[in-house]
Design a binder for this molecule. Sequence first.
Ligand SMILES: Cc1cc2nc3c(=O)[nH]c(=O)nc-3n(C[C@H](O)[C@H](O)[C@H](O)COP(=O)(O)OP(=O)(O)OC[C@H]3O[C@@H](n4cnc5c(N)ncnc54)[C@H](O)[C@@H]3O)c2cc1C
Length: 375
Amino acid sequence: MDFCLSPKHAARQNEFREFADREIQPAGHTFPRENLRKMAGRGYMGLPIPREWGGQGEDFLTYILLIEEISRVCASTGVILAVHTSVGTFPLLYYGSREQKERYLAGLARGELLGAFALSEAGAGSDAAALRTSARRVEEGYRLNGAKVFITSGSEADLYTVFATLDQSLGSRGICAFLVEKDTPGLTIAPPEKKMGLHGSATTELQFADLIVGPDRLLGEEGKGFAIAMSLLDGGRIGIAAQALGLARASLEATTAHLNSRLAQGDQVSQWGRFTLADLHTRLEAARLLTYRAALLKEKGQPCSREAAMAKCFAADLAVEAATRCIDLWRPEEYAGEHPLYRYFCDAKVTQIYEGTNQIQRLVISRAILKTFHK
Ligand SMILES: Cc1cc2nc3c(=O)[nH]c(=O)nc-3n(C[C@H](O)[C@H](O)[C@H](O)COP(=O)(O)OP(=O)(O)OC[C@H]3O[C@@H](n4cnc5c(N)ncnc54)[C@H](O)[C@@H]3O)c2cc1C
């Protein structure tokens, strides 16, 4: 049993950390095109995609290390990368026909195209099988009508994986996945939502009004869309766990450096402050182990839904807790101006919500535990 990163993983982690520190800028309220361009230049937009399809052929853990390091500097860039890869590119790799892969996959892997994932609707978030966006068979292929909400990179992506139902009465078995290009007539993109955090990530509603896609844009088979969406969630959740890890580290590193500089000036840190830091650093190591282990299981093709849910839930809660508890370790007068922890807190909150809320993760975990006990 080895709980350390291999020399190869450790070297890549260092590379990503140096790159993020040197090249990545916190996005502010602007979509971070320049960060994405720099990542594409390094092959980071398709890190875990096979080389034959334009990627770097790296394993899933290497990709997770990348998301953690990028998110530590800019969580908006982190989520854009995570969505683009985990749920924007993997669906094509796993389920695309040869023709679909040839058309889109290398462009996505090289970062020439940006991918997005459109599942959630106003009445179908946690209960995604209740989605109402409809797909009707027509002579030219399928006609889509409906709307998707809170779509990451909605206004910036080039290609969307869109989930729609052929027949709502069939429940999850009626759902299909479609590849929809940005400029398709019938697609309207609403202005980005105003959010509490992740301001650089454009989150938008997509509306479909008699949008026609050819039969060659059906991803996988008819009626398999829900299974496709669910199969992507484990990887997506491990990606969000890594984003949360990066944010927790950002809060802790800023606060630790601040306290060390106070100590260097002969100042004191209370025992309560020291214990708070000790607790948070310990939980950070635990979150890391959960996240990296889930990534290793996924890479091996082993079941990892429970582990992915544990990692996402634990790391997201920690990211919020680290930001809030660390703030208490700064002096009252240091609250003036834009405090560094303010952004980390506002960015961290959403990691408890997307890719399944943390309540949904707890449902996944408890179901797995109870099933095990009943065996
Ligand atoms: C910034 C941002 C980016 C996003 N990006 C994307 C994207 O790219 N693509 C996409 O498809 N979606 C995206 N989403 C949507 C996100 O996945 C959903 O918001 C999330 O799944 C929750 O769904 P909901 O908002 O409809 O909440 P609801 O499902 O209505 O839940 C409301 C509350 O009820 C709780 N709840 C619901 N069901 C249960 C239950 N069975 N047991 C216990 N508690 C329950 C939830 O935990 C939550 O607290 C994004 C959301 C945000 C905020």
